[in-house]
Design a protein around this ligand. Structure first.
Ligand code: UTP
Length: 290
């Protein structure tokens, strides 16, 4: 039912400077796999067949990452490094990718609008290129299941600590069940005292195509950027909107601390690394106690 996904990856990544001066943050590795490859895998695992990658200046390496690299594969094959060949092949031919340029990063709303021609008139997923969700059932799959129940746009929600409220779009509304909210209010990056709740929109959205018409008429908002939340608030008034408290652990890999957390959490799932990492962390804790 949902066939297409958009990954906006044209942002400047200023929170990660100087690393992101010449390396897109979406390619920074979580252990040994670029952040964006996990996100593309989530899209594939949810049964989506077309991916629109929104890229911009200095970001073409992201698209290259998903190309086939036969010369390197042949060399590694000759050297008997079959596991590396396998790892390379995993990253190529994952899904049909259409890349669209966002000439100037004018905000997340504008990045999504850039996908309009490729998406056409059907509901679609948006996954932020630096937002990881580690879940048994891919978060995208969970959201598609919610959409198939309500036939309304869906955003992923997560409760955040008071200090973080002003960094997110915040939602409030009626809870229909433990995880499902009929959203009545959406505010982009409110001050804590103005926030209607602590339920934050994180980087997964399932949107109906009417969002494009609204985005075309959305003026720059907070930070002078065209904000997706502003357009979604209008869509909510027209069609209703579901907030979904997803199952899984979310990491903001575009933030230094979130990136380190993701690296540790994903490394702890790797049998080749976890025991050594555990020993190392224990020794660090012990040396801090002294
Ligand atoms: P962020 O706000 O996290 O990205 O946007 P940013 O602007 O790159 O980061 P900082 O705050 O300067 O460190 C969320 C996602 O939306 C994309 C980003 O690439 C990121 O994946 N984005 C943002 C765009 O594609 N275009 C934009 O104009 C803005």
């Amino acid at each position: 039912m949902i066939r297409k996904a958009v990954i906006p990856a044209a942002g400047l990544g200023t929170r990660f400077l100087p690393a992101t001066k010449s390396v897109p943050k979406e390619l920074l590795p979580i252990v040994d796999i670029p952040t964006i490859q996990y996100i593309v895998q989530e899209v594939v695992d949810a049964g989506i067949d077309t991916l629109v990658l929104i890229t911009g200046k200095g970001k073409s390496k992201i698209v290259d990452h998903f190309d086939v690299y036969p010369e390197l594969e042949d060399k590694l094959e000759r050297e008997g490094k079959h596991d590396l060949v396998e790892a390379l092949r995993k990253a190529s031919n994952m899904i049909h990718i259409v890349s669209v340029r966002q000439g100037i990063p004018r905000g997340l709303g504008h990045a999504v609008l850039c996908a309009k021609e490729v998406i056409g008139n059907e509901p679609f997923m948006v996954l932020l290129g630096d937002d990881l969700v580690d879940a048994k059932v891919p978060c995208t799959r969970q959201m598609i299941d919610v959409y198939s129940q309500f036939h309304k746009s869906v955003v992923a929600l997560m409760e955040v600590i008071p200090d973080d409220v002003s960094k997110f779009g915040i939602c409030a509304g009626k809870m229909r069940s433990d995880r499902i909210m009929e959203i009545e209010q959406m505010v982009e990056k409110p001050k804590l005292q103005d926030a209607p709740s602590r339920l934050a929109i994180v980087g997964r959205y399932l949107l109906t195509p009417e969002i494009f018409e609204i985005l075309e008429k959305t003026d720059p908002g907070k930070g002078g950027e065209i904000q997706l939340t502003d357009a979604m608030a209008r869509l909510m008034k027209q069609q209703g909107f579901i907030g979904y408290k997803f199952e899984g652990e979310r990491y903001d890999a575009g933030d230094k601390f979130g990136f380190l957390q993701a690296n540790i959490a994903y490394a702890m799932k790797r049998p080749d690394i976890a025991p050594k990492l555990m020993e190392y962390m224990k020794s660090l804790v012990n040396s801090c106690k002294k």
